[in-house]
Design a protein around this ligand. Structure first.
Ligand SMILES: Cc1cc2nc3c(=O)[nH]c(=O)nc-3n(C[C@H](O)[C@H](O)[C@H](O)COP(=O)(O)OP(=O)(O)OC[C@H]3O[C@@H](n4cnc5c(N)ncnc54)[C@H](O)[C@@H]3O)c2cc1C
Length: 204
């Protein structure tokens, strides 16, 4: 689910690169969404790698598996793609230089309005944060995280299977942030659908 959420934003972002030359709105979205997506993906990568390592128990920790290398390398994303603070300052710069980019971002989110009440509530909280210019630098990490999560939710409710979007909205969009992995509400049918979707299919 975490990887699907990151992928769907990467694909939407790739589409803005295709369209930016001829569509100024896509160019504005590209400018703002690029650092937003980079910030959140880089922040989630080490946590995701650690959880994946833990899923394999001791076999995930010892150097004989690939996981220690994946774990060790994962914080590098947040250094060479731009550190968290610096990417957040870049988001603020994009918003200040092109305030229209915020409107375009919110228009994109509006496409999914009314699909899921939890997404609508998260969007309302985000709008409030964006409307408040006070101490925006000190709040920047929180604001950028919310922008990333709301965009992920927006795209998942439109493009992912219901079970994936539902589980995402239940866990990632709750007030107070996403917290640790593995806190989906009890719903065995949803679990099964999500696991089946990502289970490797052995070739015949
Ligand atoms: C293995 C590796 C390969 C790399 N390859 C490339 C490459 O090919 N091309 C490339 O362009 N870069 C590359 N980089 C990234 C580049 O080398 C720097 O590491 C990167 O630009 C960050 O700068 P820095 O290391 O000086 O850290 P700093 O900028 O000193 O950051 C240190 C800390 O200070 C914080 N900070 C810095 N400025 C501010 C600010 N204004 N406000 C608040 N906090 C701030 C940061 O958030 C961070 O936590 C690579 C990095 C590594 C580790």
């Amino acid at each position: 689910m975490e990887s699907e959420a990151a992928t769907v934003v990467a694909m939407r972002l790739a589409a803005t690169f295709d369209a930016a030359d001829t569509d100024p709105r896509e160019e504005l979205l590209q400018r703002l969404l690029t650092p937003v997506a980079k910030y959140w993906t880089c922040k989630r990568a080490p946590v995701h790698a650690a959880e994946s390592l833990e899923c394999l128990g001791g076999m995930g920790y010892v150097e004989e598996s690939d996981m220690p290398r994946v774990f060790r390398q994962s914080p590098l994303n947040g250094v060479w793609e731009g550190s968290g603070n610096v990417i957040c300052l870049d988001v603020l710069r994009a918003m200040q230089r092109s305030p229209e980019s915020v409107m375009v971002f919110l228009d994109e989110v509006e496409r999914a309005a009314g699909t899921d009440a939890r997404l609508d509530a998260a969007t309302a909280r985000l709008r409030k944060e964006l409307d408040d210019g006070d101490s925006i630098e000190s709040r920047a990490r929180g604001v950028v995280e919310q922008m990333a999560l709301v965009m992920q939710g927006t795209l998942l409710v439109q493009h992912a299977p219901h079970e994936v979007a539902d589980a995402f909205c239940a866990t990632r969009l709750r007030e107070g942030g996403p917290g640790v992995f593995g806190t989906l509400p009890p719903d065995p049918s949803g679990f099964r659908a999500i696991v089946d979707r990502h289970r490797p299919v052995p070739s015949a």
